[in-house]
Design a protein around this ligand. Structure first.
Ligand code: B16
Ligand code: MG
Length: 231
């Protein structure tokens, strides 16, 4: 009887990580770069408004920024491309300083725990700078699959990138755990039919199935308990 019940419990077979704000705190550099652009355009922009941009694509982020200053219609499509490129150059300059010491606390220990249990790992970041960041952090070899953001048609909160990661790993979404720091990302994980873990404050992570205050709290046993899954 016990064995039968146990066999019905889903197994955790893969963990899919967001990058910005989960593996490293590059989210703060995105904010700094957008802030520099906003200041130049004299658009109000603070950390609280920046929460809306987290996990959102570059061009959608620009639209949100312009909207905050009532400037959505002040630029042509070409000018908007140039503004987004300006922010990206500022961002690229900032992330040059990132080193392996910038991996968030507990992340490597957690990945090692996953490897011990033969659980696969992937990165689901929509950032076109993800490859550069993973190289700077020297963590590429820890992941079985890294999504190519150029191949993603629909950005978070659409589930596409998490579904692509699951497919790339050859794991059913129902056996996957997704970890995110942004509301759009949590929505994407939930819609993908995966168990969502939010890293950050409860207020920002309202839709996450499990909320952890920081990456230092990532433990397989905690996630298994909260998700009613086994490993
Ligand atoms: P880029 P993630 C996202 O990365 C960031 O959260 C978001 O702030 C950024 O606008 C987006 O990538 C695009 O990044 O301009 O570098 O292509 O959270 O999915 O790892
Ligand atoms: Mg993120």
């Amino acid at each position: 009887m016990f064995l039968k019940r146990f066999s019905n419990v889903r197994k955790i077979k893969a963990v899919i990580f967001d990058l910005d704000g989960v593996i490293t705190d590059s989210a703060k550099y995105h904010f700094q770069a957008w802030k520099m652009l906003a200041d130049r355009l004299q658009i109000p922009f603070d950390e609280s408004y920046n929460e809306n941009l987290k996990g959102v694509s570059r061009m959608e982020s620009l639209e949100l920024l312009l909207k905050n200053g009532g400037m959505q219609n002040a630029f042509t499509a070409e000018e908007k491309e140039a503004l987004a490129a300006e922010k990206n150059e500022l961002y690229k300059e900032l992330i040059k300083q990132i080193t392996p010491a910038d991996i968030l606390p507990g992340v490597l220990e957690f990945i090692k725990e996953l490897k011990l249990h033969n659980i696969k790992t992937a990165v689901a970041s929509v950032s076109k700078n993800a490859d550069f960041l993973l190289t700077q952090l020297q963590v590429k070899s820890y992941f079985d699959y890294v999504c190519d953001p150029a191949q993603i048609q629909n950005h978070k909160p659409d589930p596409e990138i998490f579904l692509v990661a699951a497919k790339g790993l050859g794991v059913d979404p129902a056996n996957c755990i997704g970890i995110e720091d942004a509301e759009a990302g949590i929505q994407a994980i939930n819609t993908a039919g995966m168990f969502s873990v939010g890293v950050g404050s409860a207020e920002k992570m309202a839709q996450a199935k499990l909320i952890l205050t920081g990456t230092d709290r990532l433990r397989l046993s905690t996630i298994a308990d909260a998700s009613n899954m086994r490993y």
